[in-house]
Design a binder for this molecule. Structure first.
Ligand code: SF4
Length: 351
């Protein structure tokens, strides 16, 4: 009989599984506490369960765990990029970001990505598959485990790594619920950010969930022609359609939306682009995050000079749009989404 992986199950689901094995339901919480609060990867570690019970559980169930393939540590700011292998041998990237206000984990939700954004290495090989909720939360648990040596913990999660989270909707929602589970990692929804390339049906669905998360929209261009060239998803959901969905989201949730804008030298960083962006967002409950694009060799993109970034920000600010420039993190490692995985994959292919 094949063993069943219990990582990623809700408490109610685990209760059912235990019942089917003739184990008391209340054990579900104890087992989940071991997994999500203490990072146990094996039933043998669960010392408050009697030995025969642990043996019975191990006979029928297992707790899947990521395997770390490699890690890169930035000497500039302590950012750590992990490459993890999944059970089927696929790999995903996860990043630990250190801020003044705490430690944040950027998780991947898919192996590869179907969205094909031109500035992103994750989309270069297309989508391989969705991650399960267990595989997503395991990234957080692995980073939490890494932080233990410093006596620190994860305080926030950004769903901004490889993959489009709203096309893996159910697993992402389940992941967030597990992250929030009060006896485990216990991370508040306010400390979670979901970033989308602009998948409108997903935005509408999310607006009905009544979750105080932060929604982040990857906008990156102020008009359709440019956005479609950078982000193919814009052919399906052009800017007007996307912003209408954002307005519905704000109306339902009363939450401020963050718009991400990666500045690419000579592509979308002119004063005229800033003015067009200001026109688009004027009057909306929003925040703009300007990001210096990470150089992606395959695409030939470079970030603009600091002076140009400052000018872009000024134009938005003068129009009353709250704008920050996201601090570059991990500049000395393969910090851009998908870069590390691609480098390892091509090294393996060349081998
Ligand atoms: S930026 Fe995000 S949505 Fe676009 S290809 Fe990369 S991972 Fe996918």
């Amino acid at each position: 009989m094949r063993k069943k992986n219990i990582k990623g199950l809700t408490e109610a689901e685990l209760r059912e599984v235990l019942t089917s094995l003739g184990v008391e339901k209340y054990r579900a919480r104890q087992i989940m506490e071991w997994i999500y609060a203490r990072g146990a990867g094996d039933f043998s570690a669960m010392t408050n369960l009697a030995k025969p019970l642990r043996e019975k559980l191990s006979e029928h169930l297992y707790i899947a765990q990521l395997r770390e393939v490699t890690r890169q540590i930035s000497h500039k700011d302590g950012t750590v990029k992990f490459l993890f292998a999944l059970e089927d041998g696929q790999t995903v990237e996860t990043v630990l970001l250190r801020h003044d206000y705490g430690h944040s984990v950027c998780v991947s939700t898919q192996v590869g990505c179907a969205m094909g954004c031109s500035f992103c290495a994750s989309g270069l090989g297309g989508l391989v598959r969705n991650l399960t909720a267990g595989e997503i939360i395991d990234q957080v648990l692995a980073v939490q485990n890494y932080l233990k040596q410093e006596d620190q913990r994860v305080s926030s999660v950004v769903i901004m790594g490889s993959g489009e989270p709203l096309t893996n909707y159910d697993n992402v929602l389940r992941f967030m619920a597990l992250l929030h589970w009060p006896y485990g990692l216990n991370i508040g929804y306010r400390n979670m950010t979901v970033s989308t390339a602009g998948v409108v049906p997903g935005i509408d669905r999310l607006s009905m969930e009544n979750l105080p998360i932060t929604l982040s929209i990857s906008l990156h261009a102020p008009h359709d022609q440019l956005r479609s060239a950078l982000m193919p998803v814009n052919h399906t959901y052009p800017i007007a359609v996307l912003l209408a969905a954002c307005d519905r989201y704000t109306a339902r949730t009363n939450r401020r939306i963050t718009y991400e804008y990666s500045l690419i030298a000579g592509v979308n960083d002119r004063a005229e682009h800033a003015r067009q962006l200001a026109n688009l967002l004027a009057g909306r409950l929003c925040h703009v995050n300007l990001i210096l694009v990470n150089a992606v060799v395959e695409r030939g993109y470079e970030p603009p000079a600091a002076e140009r970034v400052g000018k872009f920000q000024d134009i938005l600010k003068r129009r009353g749009i709250e704008t920050t420039v996201r601090k570059e993190m991990g500049g000395d490692i393969d910090a851009a989404c998908g870069q590390l995985r691609r480098r390892i994959l091509s090294a393996e292919a060349n081998h």
